[in-house]
Design a protein around this ligand. Sequence first.
Ligand code: SF4
Ligand code: SF4
Length: 380
Amino acid sequence: MDQAAAKSISMGANGLEALISVLEADGYDVWGARERDGALVLGPIASIDDLPRGRIEQAEGGSVRLVEGPRDAFFDHTLPMQSAKRLVYPAEERLFVTGEDLLIEETPVETRPIAVIGVRPCDLAAMETLTTVFESGPFRDTRFRQRREALLLIAVNCMRPASTCFCASMNTGPRAEAGFDLALDELLEDGRHLFVVSAGSARGQEILDRLDGEAASKEDLQAARDGSRACAEAQTRRMAEGAEQLLKRSYDHPHWAEVAERCLSCTNCTMVCPTCFCGTVEDRSSLDGSEAERWRRWDSCFTLDFSYLHGGSVRKETASRYRQWITHKLAHWHDQFGSSGCVGCGRCIGWCPVGIDLTAEVAALAANDSSSGQQGEERR
Ligand code: SF4
Ligand code: SF4
């Protein structure tokens, strides 16, 4: 969509409920971040009452908790534990079933339209990354495509970061430039509470045209941009520059053994990551042998079985599994897909039970770069 030609509107905070009504009238299930057990999860919402209004995350390495925030904002929090990845690439799905006749009956993809409200810029970037992963090679994942086409993404530009965020240093946020159908800026100032709404696609424009609002003023548009800039400046974490080349020459770095002292190989970091895409397939048969099914489910490079080839696993040690994960994510992903595999969402920091922080690990590698030698260039 031509962003220059697109018009933004301002609507009062109650316009959010009207937006949900328009989406429901169009047949969408509406999803968003909602509070559960003191954390944010992604799930269906029936009204704005389901949104975690006034709540923010207190996030640090190994801990994410929702607490009362300083403002009555709908979106001062940042990220639910799960990204929209699960809506385009489910954690587990049956691919086909077959019987004694061995005829394969493919399991159809359920493509009920879903509108997700509150997708953050880093997660939009992750969706673009997943699109490249699933669709850029010779074998395109048609199941991903069917689900992606059923998804409407309503972004919210971030006005405050969690302490685990580092999207500014990955150039993926905190302001969405593309990849959304609608984008919201929530402004609370001078006793006003409003949303600036912008369309990023024809589908989004068609929805925007049915919302009550007035053309956004220059002042409100500027306030929205200023809010994003302040959010970027408030980020305390950042990814060190040159991480790609640093990791490619750090294959034999002694720091991997130090990380392995802490890493539990629990897979949490890969399960919450919005770009990790590794999966495996399993065949399951009924006890009487009359029916068999093939399932696909998420897998993780942190498990021993992940690198099993005949005779054993290639990556037996935790040190080699952590090195594999972070080196693929920040270095070899560039070779494979043309970008970093990390969008700076910080989920893996907050949801790691022992608080391992990839920005800190890269900084530790960089601090000891000269002593590590140049061995291992391009080795995997
Ligand atoms: S590696 Fe961590 S910070 Fe980067 S995208 Fe994945 S979960 Fe987010
Ligand atoms: S880095 Fe943390 S979350 Fe990831 S496998 Fe190790 S302990 Fe688990």
